[in-house]
Design a protein around this ligand. Sequence first.
Ligand code: SAH
Length: 252
Amino acid sequence: MVHFVGAGPGAPDLITVRGKQYLEEADVIIYAGSLVNPQLLEYSKDVCTIYNSAKMTLEEVISVMEKAEAEGKTTVRLHTGDPCIYGAIREQMDILDEKGITYDSCPGVSSFCGAASALNLEYTLPDISQSVIITRMEGRTPVPEKESIQSFAAHNATMVVFLSTGMLDELSRRLIEGGYRPDTPAAIVYKATWDDEKKLICTVDTLAETAKKNHITKTALMIIGDAVKGARYERSKLYDPEFTTEFREASK
Ligand code: SAH
């Protein structure tokens, strides 16, 4: 059995109870060493074999899983944040399917949620934005043409940009070209929930200089939209005294 487990954004106590239990029971752990907090490995049992996938190819990862399976062992594949976001899990699962190896997924706290908690943000403010766009600039992995930053920017919704810290001049250019005001509030959150977390509030047109000034070149999220700061939003209907809900009668 292989468990794909979300490690959470960084702080070791932000793994789920279920994820921690899988780590405690695992005979083999393959963790994404570039971003998973190594403190999580302290939950493993003494006889557990641990591999850092940052130094491995997909084939090597699969061969470790296959060997463990043949020996009747349980493997945890530990991914940063939640495995469903830029986790490269599908390609592993498809090969496991071919080999008849069973697996399941245990969710984790994605870094975009960790970053919101770092800033005490609500991404979905009434009257400001009711959508969160999760995207990235293209790198070695291309982004489909129809998903350009400009096209998403046209919505002026809350946007969270992954995997793009080295391209902030170009990101700003595209965000403004697409329709955000240059002074739209933005944030850069570096290593959200880690001990060395940094959180910086800026604007769309100052993303690059803010990152540069603070020596941030990787492991950061850019959050864009009026939800980041100072927006005048509507109160929620759910807690409005004049509004009846399934659980509460309106007071007048
Ligand atoms: N599955 C992960 C994302 C993996 S892609 C998740 O759900 O969070 C790796 C990218 O995620 C990094 O380049 C960075 O943009 C972002 N990232 C991961 N952990 C982060 C953290 N603690 N703080 C800020 N950004 C983070």
